[in-house]
Design a protein around this ligand. Structure first.
Ligand SMILES: NC(=O)c1ccc[n+]([C@@H]2O[C@H](COP(=O)([O-])OP(=O)(O)OC[C@H]3O[C@@H](n4cnc5c(N)ncnc54)[C@H](OP(=O)(O)O)[C@@H]3O)[C@@H](O)[C@H]2O)c1
Length: 359
């Protein structure tokens, strides 16, 4: 019998130096996080509750079972945040953490309440921090010496984008410009778009490869990138509202409200205007990238941009993300962070990293 199996059959009693965690969301990221709990790095974490949108489990025996994710899909206690928090507070662990691996705005709105109740919150869900400025302020007002907010996974998945930005600010070297490609799917699309194939063909490929959301308009709208730019700018001390952001979505107005299948059938309607933008960029010796840019003067934009060959975004490949921080000390060439900006494993790792850093 393997060591892991015997652990499953005889759950360890919670110890006072453990970290008690409740996991909200057992989808791609939450599922990868459950896998991490079974590794040495996750050994100090005690799962005391887990939930999807319909069911939850809070008993040690059920939580220790194999295939917890599938078992939750099949049933459990009816969803109730209070039951999960009760389980968290009943734990004798030294630290208590709520992990939000959902995209639920309703759950994100609870983050300040959980922090105020003395629980750390670690999240991949950017709905609150990247939403209204009011929500951002509520969040930071609720953080205190007992309860911290781990948000690394909200921007760049596992890349150290926010931690680097905060370190620059702490060292008196705040960015005068934050720029980059913050979406894996849009990175892939424009890294591939060389005029030889229609944009809609590449979009179909990106959907088939799982690079886009089930409805690719979520990616093409630019709103996800906008939320990441808001989080970065706010983290650098700029209280930016969504209304101050100029966002260029790529979905033509006529295709914004049609059913998802209809959109897929009419994706070719994006081709003509994007082919023209590509030709213009090529004529000027540039490439097209879906860029986010914030200037400390207050200008903030998300949308298509022509970038010259020497720009770091021009050299991107695959579905990589890129974050470039121009600061007083990195004034000639920006500090650049590049790599996979999506993926369940790296995102789950960012959640674990935040939890371990807090504890
Ligand atoms: N996937 C990535 O590569 C990646 C990278 C960076 C950040 N993120 C962020 O991570 C979050 C999760 O992404 P994902 O890809 O794992 O999404 P996903 O596969 O769609 O999973 C979402 C999970 O959230 C659950 N959920 C929804 N509402 C809930 C509620 N009220 N209470 C408890 N659980 C609830 C869903 O439950 P049901 O199964 O019942 O629907 C599902 O288990 C999102 O905010 C996403 O933007 C993802």
């Amino acid at each position: 019998m393997s060591a892991v199996l015997s652990e499953v059959e005889c759950p360890r009693p919670a110890l006072q130096d453990d970290i008690a965690v409740v996991l909200l969301g057992t989808g791609k990221v939450g599922g990868a996080f459950l896998q991490l709990l079974r590794t040495r790095a996750g050994a100090k974490l005690r799962l005391v509750g887990a939930a999807n949108s319909r069911y939850q489990k809070t008993t040690p025996a059920e939580l220790a079972e194999w295939r917890l994710r599938e078992r939750l899909d099949a049933g459990g206690e009816i969803r109730d945040n209070r039951g999960l928090l009760r389980a968290l507070h009943a734990s004798p662990a030294a630290a208590r953490v709520v992990i939000d691996a959902t995209a639920s705005g309703h759950l994100a709105a609870c983050h300040p309440e959980w922090l105020a109740a003395g629980c750390h919150v670690v999240t991949a869900n950017k709905a609150l921090a990247g939403g209204t400025l009011h929500g951002w302020h509520a969040l930071h007002a609720a953080c205190n010496s007992r309860a911290r907010y781990g948000d690394s996974a909200t921007v760049g998945a596992g890349l150290p984008a926010l931690s680097t930005l905060r370190r620059l600010c702490q060292c008196g070297d705040p960015p005068s410009r934050i720029e980059g490609v913050f979406s894996g799917s849009l990175s892939y699309l424009f890294n591939q778009f060389d005029g030889r194939q229609p944009f809609s063909t590449l979009l179909q490929n990106a959907c088939a490869l799982g690079y886009t959301e089930p409805d690719p308009r979520s990616d093409l709208s630019g709103e996800d990138v906008a939320r990441k730019l808001l989080i970065l700018a706010r983290s650098a001390g700029h209280p930016l509202e969504r209304a101050q952001l100029d966002v260029e979505g790529l979905v033509p107005e006529a295709l914004r409200v049609v059913e998802r299948d209809m959109f897929r059938a009419r994706m070719h309607e994006l081709d003509e205007s994007l082919a023209a933008r590509h030709a213009q960029a090529t004529a000027r010796g540039c490439v097209l990238r879906y860029l986010a840019r914030f200037d400390a003067g207050g200008k903030a934009r998300v949308g298509l941009a022509e970038v010259p060959p020497e720009h770091p975004a021009a050299r991107l490949s695959g579905a990589d993300n890129l974050f470039a921080f121009t600061t007083p000390r990195y004034r000639n060439r920006p500090l650049v962070i590049q790599g996979a900006g999506a993926g369940s494993e790296v995102t789950a790792q960012a959640l674990l990293g935040d939890i371990l850093a807090m504890a």
